[in-house]
Design a protein around this ligand. Sequence first.
Ligand code: TXA
Ligand code: MG
Length: 335
Amino acid sequence: MSPHTFVMKVSPKAPQKKLILTAAEVLRRGGLVAFPTETVYGLGADALNADAVKQIFVAKGRPLDNPMIVHIASVTDLKTLTTHLPKEAEQLIDKFWPGPLTLILHKSPDVPDDVTGGLDTVAVRMPQNKIALALIKALGHPVAAPSANLSGRPSGTTAGHVLQDFAGKIDMIIDGGPVTVGVESTVLDLSRKPPAILRPGAVTQEDLAPFLGRVVMGRTESKKRSPGTRYRHYSPRARVTLVEPNDEKAIARLIDQYAEGHKKVAVVARHFSSGRSTRAIVRMMPQELEEYARQIFAVLRELDELAVDEIIIEKTEEEGIGVAIMDRLKRAAAR
Ligand code: TXA
Ligand code: MG
């Protein structure tokens, strides 16, 4: 593919038209452009160009049966993607789009099978990011985009992370600054009854309940219905061990144990007096969960760069966006 990856700075508040048109032209020619969304950076291709979409799998090293999310800039774009919009979908769209909610809907024949991994459903969302919306509008087609990270790595939340994974492998990266949410969108399956949250995100089960009545969530349902959640994911190269909140003693004990085995150890915690140990790299996380979400993937990437062997992470509470954070932490810890 492209030997040179062009990094283009674009204003997130007032995206420069000319620059957006340049990026849209790359997509129109079948190229790959990474761009910011409010959740994480996406690796985009023209969703209606099967050859371009195939290149995403190549660049990411992504299994071919793992479908990707199609990003739209206006509700009318749904017409090309789905044959039928359920009533609940209309209400959810009114309330949560643009925003971090992905809906799984029955797909129309116009969506290439490469996008959906051969499924009869398609994942769609409208991102809340001016650059993303302007890019999709300028292309005039929906944009297929998984998170912009090599398969199995933590999602990229800055243009720098994307460059780490894709330098020389994609045509362009739009640098629109750091993302505002930090964890990927909530994935809600509306194609079957009852509706199911296949991946928790910033839009929570409590946010959705008033519109849906019963909505199920859980690992079994996710594994059955969502290919992506079957794969090991969000993983730093180091081994991750989770400890209960406020259990400083457990952290100290693990540090000693790992350090004695000559391992390079890191701690990611909100409650830990680093004075307790000089044998670990300590990253203190914010108390506020929204801020925590914004930082967690960057911290995991940084610890990888420091070639840490063991990461000890203090669990967060599973409330609000904490459900999504804990989902990612549990997966990072899964072996
Ligand atoms: O916030 C986000 O959603 C980001 C930004 C770039 O929009 N995108 C993202 O895409 O996280 P990706 O490909 O990394 O994750 C999409 C998830 C995967 O777990 C995939 O298996 C699932 O959505 N998915 C996609 N299409 C599906 C479908 N038709 N049925 C069930 N699950 C689907
Ligand atoms: Mg991903």
